[in-house]
Design a protein around this ligand. Structure first.
Ligand SMILES: *[C@@H]1O[C@H](CO)[C@@H](O)[C@H](O)[C@H]1NC(C)=O
Ligand SMILES: *[C@@H]1O[C@H](CO)[C@@H](O)[C@H](O)[C@H]1NC(C)=O
Ligand SMILES: *[C@@H]1O[C@H](CO)[C@@H](O)[C@H](O)[C@H]1NC(C)=O
Ligand SMILES: *[C@@H]1O[C@H](CO)[C@@H](O)[C@H](O)[C@H]1NC(C)=O
Ligand SMILES: *[C@@H]1O[C@H](CO)[C@@H](O)[C@H](O)[C@H]1NC(C)=O
Ligand SMILES: *[C@@H]1O[C@H](CO)[C@@H](O)[C@H](O)[C@H]1NC(C)=O
Ligand SMILES: *[C@@H]1O[C@H](CO)[C@@H](O)[C@H](O)[C@H]1NC(C)=O
Length: 638
């Protein structure tokens, strides 16, 4: 016991970079896989309670409620011939000769499921919880354009306007591509020369007030195989296509995009060497009808360090519509090449055909896309980020705020507020029994849920978790959680109700800085005293006094007998301990633990230490007594 306590006694400086609050959750809404699922795909429709999880030869249909999770498991086996071929080929890993479900998507009302099928990808339709062969009256390209052959090869799929768009990463022998793979519109693809060993990281529909101007952005990294050892082989990219694109003419881009353009994306401190070039995952938050929003990219460098960079969608749009094209210096005649226009190329003018040639040979723009603030977000560095999702929240002041959820290597989830001022790490959730990396997440803004998956478990968390912040106005405001406000009438921290009328002023919130002056509790805080817990200890015995740490952004100190002496404290897990380092054994008196945050000092807990004659024999080690004491006080606190 003693060694355990002492081992965890690590002095920690208060860093604003750290999460302000740390929660350990024991939610009932969790599902355990019967065997580890090292690759999981997810599909969730906003507003529902069902999460589809694709695993190894299995689709898990998980229905969440407050009481728990109901699961339905739909087996989707590989064809035996595919398995035999796979094993005969001595595939990268024989273990991968199975049907990993890589894609689950809904196109119109059709659920499409694709899997690796032991190296020969196949797609199915999911109808009434049964998989059937794809049928119907629409175009579909080969399953290998939608699903990778091996689970480690990343593929992205995104449905839009009744079509499915798919991006396939390159592996040895396959170039990688961006395609329209399913739907009523013409199936199109990228030319191989446009992409250099792409590794896809995400895709997003970019809305527009004019329907025909809608685009899809694809996020990826390109890998230069012939780069020298001292050169960075990765380049982060954004590629875009117009949804109205119907391909080129008979001899030029007949089955290819006529609107594909790509740009280089930088993430790093200014123009320094410290760049993060490998884009691993990307999410976009946009307004529903306008081209405004933010792109968050998860990047890594050669040492595997991960960072997040944020980009303005307006900046990206501006670059694609105005930049020079790499290697092309002549002026454009008529419409700029690659722009989204409704046109009939079969009856096209010579200018349109000339533009096709320009795009075919010069799809890359010269402008480089740089991060907002020109540097990665200032996030903790002690754990690596493995997955990210984001949400846009309408706050009490009628402004929209971005919230990021970052899944980590150690199975934690960080909730981060991102404003023009920078980031504020609202909280850290420890959600899993087994600390495996977060593999996938899905967010439901409408219903307010976050789904988080590791190889062992899938869990659902509430986005508005306001009850955890405490029962004072100050605690609610200092949480800086855009989902939560202080209800002045009910005196509770509550989720902002849908359709909340801001002019009523019924809710308090302050997201832009940590300042709870809106509560008007300053005077009350100064006077708040806790009643000291009495502790009677044998004379000359070491005592550890624990103070529960709520906010990791506060500074904690111990005071004795109303400030006659000040003691620092030592962090041990979630306690700040007045311990063995100072002035031990402690003398009798009243010890108060004070937390300072937002300019106010608040008393957290106090102890009155009394001495009594030693009852225990001198031979009994005082360490037993002291650890017991600490244990007992910890029990009190819970
Ligand atoms: C699916 O189930 C519904 C209701 O049970 C039924 O009406 C429908 O015909 C089924 N569809 C198929 C394709 O079997
Ligand atoms: C999707 O729905 C639209 C309109 O309802 C229809 O025109 C289109 O053909 C459908 N696409 C598919 C792939 O079913
Ligand atoms: C890849 O790197 C080599 C060596 O630096 C360079 O010559 C080549 O141009 C690069 N390829 C591309 C497409 O950038
Ligand atoms: C495009 O123009 C050609 C020739 O005028 C015509 O035959 C074809 O139907 C048109 N296509 C569309 C989609 O309007
Ligand atoms: C909001 O509340 C104010 C008065 O408190 C009222 O005048 C106004 O009509 C309300 N607005 C809406 C949209 O309900
Ligand atoms: C208290 O303990 C210290 C160290 O264990 C010892 O040196 C000192 O004599 C003790 N004092 C009394 C009054 O027992
Ligand atoms: C909090 O805001 C109030 C009012 O805007 C201001 O007077 C006060 O100085 C701020 N407190 C801190 C600690 O910044």
């Amino acid at each position: 016991m003693k060694s355990l306590i002492l081992l965890t006694l690590v002095a920690a400086a208060v860093a604003v970079k750290s999460p302000r609050l740390k929660f350990v959750l024991h939610e009932v809404s969790r599902f355990h896989f019967h065997r580890p699922e090292n690759y999981i795909s997810m599909y969730h429709q906003e507003g529902g309670d069902t999460l589809y999880v694709g695993g190894r030869a299995m689709i898990y249909v998980l229905t969440f409620s407050n009481r728990g999770v109901r699961d339905l498991q739909i087996p989707v086996a590989s064809d035996q011939t595919a398995i035999d071929t796979c094993k005969a080929k001595a595939a990268p890993l024989e273990l991968e000769c199975d049907n990993f479900i890589t894609i689950i998507q809904k196109v119109n009302d059709t659920m499409i499921v694709c899997g690796t099928n032991a190296g020969s990808p196949r797609c199915w339709m999911l109808v009434n919880d049964t998989v059937t062969d794809v049928q119907g009256n629409f175009h579909i390209s080969s399953a290998s354009d939608i699903s990778p052959a091996y689970p480690s090869q990343r593929a992205i799929s995104i449905p839009a306007e009744g079509n499915l768009y798919s991006a396939m990463s390159s592996v040895s022998g396959h170039a990688g591509s961006i395609r329209r793979t399913f739907g009523s519109q013409k199936l199109l693809k990228t030319e191989n020369v446009w992409l250099q060993n792409p590794q896809f990281a995400g895709a997003a529909v970019i809305p527009s007030a004019q329907k025909f101007k809608e685009e899809i952005y694809f996020f990826f990294s390109e890998f230069n195989k012939t780069a020298r050892v001292d050169e960075e082989p990765y380049r982060a990219r954004i590629g875009r296509i117009c949804m109205v694109d119907e391909g080129g003419i008979r001899n030029l881009l007949a089955d290819s995009w006529t609107t594909f353009m790509k740009a280089r994306v930088m993430c790093g401190a200014g123009d320094t060497q410290q760049q993060y070039n490998n884009l691993r995952q990307a999410v976009v938050l946009t307004a529903k009808d306008r081209r405004a929003g933010v792109l968050y990219g998860l990047f890594s460098n050669a040492w595997g360090r991960t960072v997040i960079c944020a980009y303005s969608i307006e900046d990206i749009d501006q670059a694609f519509s105005t930049s020079k094209l790499k290697g092309y210096s002549s002026p454009f005649i008529g419409t700029r090449p690659g722009m989204c226009v409704r046109k009939n190329l079969t009856a096209g003018s010579s200018n349109d055909i000339k533009n096709l040639g320009v795009i075919r040979y010069h799809p890359e723009i010269e402008d480089v896309i740089r991060a907002v603030g020109v540097a990665p977000l200032d996030l903790p560095t002690d754990d690596q980020i493995t997955h990210t999702v984001a949400d846009i929240v309408l706050a009490v002041n009628d402004e929209h705020y971005s919230v990021l959820y970052l899944g980590t290597e150690q199975g934690k989830v960080l909730k981060v507020l991102h404003t023009s001022e920078g980031v504020f790490i609202i909280s850290q959730y420890s959600v899993f029994r087994n600390e495996g990396p977060v593999l996938n997440m899905a967010i439901d803004s409408q219903k307010g849920h976050l789904y988080v998956g590791t190889a062992m478990e899938v869990q659902r968390l509430p986005l508005a978790d306001c009850g955890r912040y405490g029962d004072t106005c100050r605690e609610c405001i200092l949480s800086r959680d855009p989902y939560c406000g202080w209800d002045r009438a009910a005196r509770r921290c509550i989720p902002i109700p849908p359709g909340y009328n801001i002019t009523t002023g019924a809710l308090l919130q302050n997201l832009d800085r940590s300042n709870s002056s809106v509560c008007g509790e300053a005077a009350a805080l100064k006077q708040r005293r806790t009643s000291p817990k009495e502790l009677s200890v044998p004379f000359n015995t070491s005592v550890f006094l624990p103070c529960p740490v709520h906010s990791f952004h506060a500074t904690y100190r111990w005071e004795k007998d109303n400030c006659i002496r000040n003691y620092p404290c030592i962090f041990s897990g979630d306690f700040c301990v007045l311990g063995p380092a100072v002035d031990t054994p402690l003398k009798r008196g009243v010890y108060r633990c004070m937390a300072t945050e937002d300019g106010y000092k608040v008393e957290v807990i106090s102890f009155r230490l009394l001495n009594r004659c030693p009852l225990l024999s001198a031979s009994l080690s005082s360490t037993v007594a002291l650890s017991l004491l600490l244990a007992v006080t910890m029990l009190w606190l819970h």
